[in-house]
Design a protein around this ligand. Sequence first.
Ligand code: UGA
Length: 435
Amino acid sequence: MKIAMIGSGYVGLVSGACLADFGHEVTCVDKAVDKIEALKRGEIPIFEPGLDQLVATNVKAGRLSFTTDLAGPVGEADVVFIAVGTPSRRGDGHADLSYVYGCAREIAAAVKGFTVVVTKSTVPVGTGDEVERIIRDTNPAADVVVVSNPEFLREGAAIGDFKRPDRIVIGIEDERAREPMTEVYRPLYLNQAPLLFTARRTSELIKYAGNAFLAMKITFINEMADLCERVGADVQDVARGIGLDGRIGSKFLHAGPGYGGSCFPKDTLALVKTAQDHDSPVRLIETTVAINDQRKRAMARKVVTAVGGDVRGKTIAILGLTFKPNTDDMREAPSLSIIQALQDAGATIRGYDPEGMEAAKGLLDNVTYTKDAYDCATGADALVIVTEWDAFRALDFPRLKTVMTAPVVVDLRNVYKAADVTRHGFAYASVGRGG
Ligand code: UGA
């Protein structure tokens, strides 16, 4: 099939490369000339394991190409994906749909023959109706069906998630979309991934409900972690103990400094707004959002406590800046709030991250960026693990002790067992392990 992927950001690029790998002929389109020029040279603008190789292979095979011209590839396409950004709108937390709607107008003007237009961007319920209306208004002769097909990719594991999904959700209003959409994902359902066809609005809501549920699950275990600290219990054992119940499931029960990233914070907020607009508030999610916001600053207080109650004049080493490992994405990273709060309390910050330091430089002031964990820890009164990169899972504690001013480790991801650290003479604090 011929596919046009509009938007060559994270979702568009990963989806485009994977669909090309399935054997489709994919053109990735983006307005950013620099990005397209870089992609043409084989440079991948984001960090995602395996993506550079996947892009190179499919470009070489002639199945994947890049352009700034939307009209050409859309005119030839059987299926056009909209994968442009839907950031939080400044001020009110609603998803900003201006890129999606702008894209719909351009697609309307360019389509030729029967075309399936698929919204892959995360969009509020009812956006598909609006995209369809815009296309019909712009070009009444356009023969299109508008489909919702949300993505469930995790950054850092996106290619695996695309190729081995738990399910594929496809929301349609017109039966003519069923056959081409089945064809797009044929290689996956040969792998037995269920294709779930629903109504379009249902599909749009599934995406938000999924992310909100996962955010709530993390927030639940984070609150249990606080309780564990008070009552002398171990949150990791609690998570295991409840996760073995098949109705609960063991995933997304890892306590930590609060969820971050470009999806959970934005999508939970957008769902809250949509629900309020429809007079059907989602109070569990409203509370989830509030608890998670407070949590990031509470983590800074944990660090202050670990160094004796006052960080003024002290140096704190932060290991891991990105919102999770295997990404260079700093959006809504807990490290941002934690560092800010520590600086407000008078601390000097040293930081290290394997991939996130470039992005961090634009977001944080007065941080000394370092070349590795040991350089970061040099002269520090405490070492704080904020993101669980593999590089921090086997730290050389005797070496750390020789470079640090005081032997204190705060492990906000529970990477270590207490004894692994304390036996080297460190004070150790973690999350939800009060026993
Ligand atoms: C998330 C969803 O997992 C994807 O299914 C979805 O497609 C994506 O959002 C999206 O909407 O595009 P992502 O934001 O890449 O993916 O990252 P996750 O791996 O879900 O992690 C989100 C945050 O939750 C991170 O800050 C992570 O550290 C935190 N987390 C995750 C925990 O604190 N505990 C856990 O047990 C799991």
